[in-house]
Design a binder for this molecule. Sequence first.
Ligand code: ADP
Length: 579
Amino acid sequence: MYEQASLGFIATLVNASVVAIILFQVVPDLLLAGWIVSVYLITAGRYLLVRQYRKHVSSGSGEFDYEQWCTYFLIGAALAGAAWGAAGSILLPSGSMGHQLVVMIALAGMASGAVPVLASVLHVYYVYLVLLLLPVIAWLLAQHSTPHLYIAIMVSMFLVMLVATARKINANLTESSRLHFMNEELLAETKTSTDELVQANLDLESEITIRKEIERELLASKEFMEKVMDSAFNAIYVIDSEGRFILVNEATEKITGYSMTEMIGMHFEEIVVSDQLSRAEYLFQRSVVEGQPVHGENMEIVSKAGIIREVVITHTPLREGDHIAGVVGIAEDITDQLQLQRLRTEFVSTVSHELRTPLTSIRGSLGLMRGGAAGDLPDPSGELVNIAYSNCNRLLKMVNDLLDIQKLESGKLHIRLQPASLPDILQSAVSACRDYASQYGVELLLEVPDTDVQVSVDVDRFAQVMANLVSNAIKFSGNGKAVSIRVLSDASHARIAVIDQGRGIQEAYRERIFDKFMRVDASNTRDKDGPGLGLTIARSLVENMHGSLSFESKPGAGSTFTVCLPVARHVLPEVSDLA
Ligand code: ADP
């Protein structure tokens, strides 16, 4: 209504002006002036209302009260209808038939012209129409003449037609506005959906970007891990709980000769040498079933080219939650190292062998010279021969030790166990050291039990053990001290203790004293120390005789080395011996 009103206002003003001009001097001036002014004022008022409405709508401020604006328009329309209705009742009676026709046409024009504007709100139009036409119909009927009655009927019919037309237009407008609203809603919905789709698309894109970023990072960290693994010198691999390789590094490829693709899925047993299969299986089960790590186990594997390589393996159980999914393994190829070691050992062994014969011969000759076989030697020659003899002994011991250790390590040292009387073999072993003891000014005390104790030993090797322990005790005791050899035996074991009152062994060396080439504080005792193999050989020999060798020591107060051997039999002394 408000949108279309302006055109109606212009039509109203034009129409009213035309009517006023035509009726000038026909209708009393005051009446006409009053009417035209009231029409102008009402139109102006309605125009202001429309402006107000537009301002309100365009500002968008505040609530839009549809009913209120309808009422305002209704009042305006009612006033306009009434003004024109007044024209029908006040202006119509004046003048000629022609003048009355002008007023009628003006009224018809105002009635029909308002249809498009007011049809949108029917009750406004009805009020306007009734107020506009009812006075004229009333006036016509009041004339009580047949022509006026016909005109009244025609005007009424015109009114009905206008109502019908307005209704029709209203129906069309309603439908069109309904369609318009539907369209608006549809557009709004489409816009919302489109906005949602755009948003969803944006979210998806950002999610994809984040995912790509994460994937890139994952790839980078995977590549880094692979680089780390491939830079490792040792073989690093993962075996699943079935025993199949699921991850290997480049070093594994180098050691085994198999490519990474060949290795993945391969069972570890396929590369272990056949006679070590059960041990390999046992070690694997220990990690996978019992969750025990395996450290530094030697293993032989066969490469793709059929070459046997020796490796040292370390297996750590691979835990996933509360179950073990496999093992993470590290293998160090020690083939070349072992080869080198073998060459070295062979070399030492050959040299030792080559040295032993001439040294034995030199020692024999020197021994004869010392014994006067070549006549009495004048001083200082005698003294020099003694020194040469002693050093020759040291050299020979060293050579023998080297040969022994090599035999022990290669399992080639044969121990022949035989029953022997412990007191007897101790007597002879200790007697062999008496000369040596007197050289150092040390007293040797042998305390053997009255009862004979039979032990199962290799007599020569036992003597070698005792010689080593007693000579060490003598060497590290010092002049005037005593070294005691005591036997303590029970039903199952005989313990032979070699006790000295020497410098003792510091706690720091406790763990390593039986290691190969171990010498305590070598700089101070260079003249007394040998190559540091004696105790290693002694312990190994005793163990080969099913015994054990241990020691107790108080630094500065002395040491006690104890050989523990299983007793073969206790023999009671004969009555005559006891007497
Ligand atoms: P070696 O064969 O050179 O005599 P051993 O293996 O018998 O060497 O002894 C190793 C080292 O242990 C010796 O160098 C010495 O320092 C120390 N040792 C051995 N026995 C004694 C002892 N009774 N008192 C003090 N030190 C000892």
